[in-house]
Design a protein around this ligand. Structure first.
Ligand SMILES: [Zn+2]
Length: 174
């Protein structure tokens, strides 16, 4: 899925997070959820690594690239260790984030993990799938044949936003 889709799905799921965890969204939690929704793609030099580009109109190409350089290097290391859609795209890694957040009572980490979970769920709906049972098996599971950047992705995002708006956002707004 594209970065925009991951962000939209994560933000749309805030009502569900509230219903399941009892934690109300706040202006502080939303950036953490967004960050978590983009974090898994650090293994593929995704948008989370390339945020210097958003600054490029104001700081210029050279400075934007300098900002990105450390993250690109980190991303390269992560990819070489875990591979794209490897361990960092597994539910067990996401569960570890939740477990640490709950154990240490780090609310910020729980919000981050929530966004992270939405990323894995969304990627599971693509043709490439995710290793749902990783690291125990390398086989990827795909529950929908959506191609990243396709019309199918737009339709799926629209459907997800509609379902969340009807079912869970009411509890956030009221
Ligand atoms: Zn991903």
């Amino acid at each position: 899925m594209t970065a925009a889709t991951h962000v939209l799905v994560a933000l749309a799921s805030v009502g569900l997070e509230r219903n399941l965890t009892g934690m109300s969204p706040s202006l502080c939690s939303l950036p953490l959820i967004v960050l978590g929704s983009l974090a898994p793609d650090i293994d593929n030099q995704g948008a989370i690594v390339r945020w210097g580009r958003w600054l490029q109109p104001w700081v210029g190409k050279r400075i934007a690239r300098a900002i990105e350089a450390p993250l690109l290097a980190l991303s390269g290391v992560v990819r070489s260790v875990f591979g794209h859609r490897g361990f960092l795209h597994t539910p067990i890694f996401c569960a570890l984030l939740f477990a640490v957040g709950i154990t240490l009572e780090y609310e910020w980490l729980i919000h981050f993990a929530w966004g992270y979970a939405t990323h894995i769920a969304a990627d599971c709906c693509t043709v490439s799938g995710v290793p749902l049972l990783g690291p125990f098996t390398k086989g990827r599971v795909s529950i929908l044949p959506i191609r990243t950047g396709s019309v199918g992705e737009l339709v799926a995002v629209g459907a997800v936003l509609t379902v969340f708006a009807i079912t869970t956002w009411r509890s956030v707004l009221l």
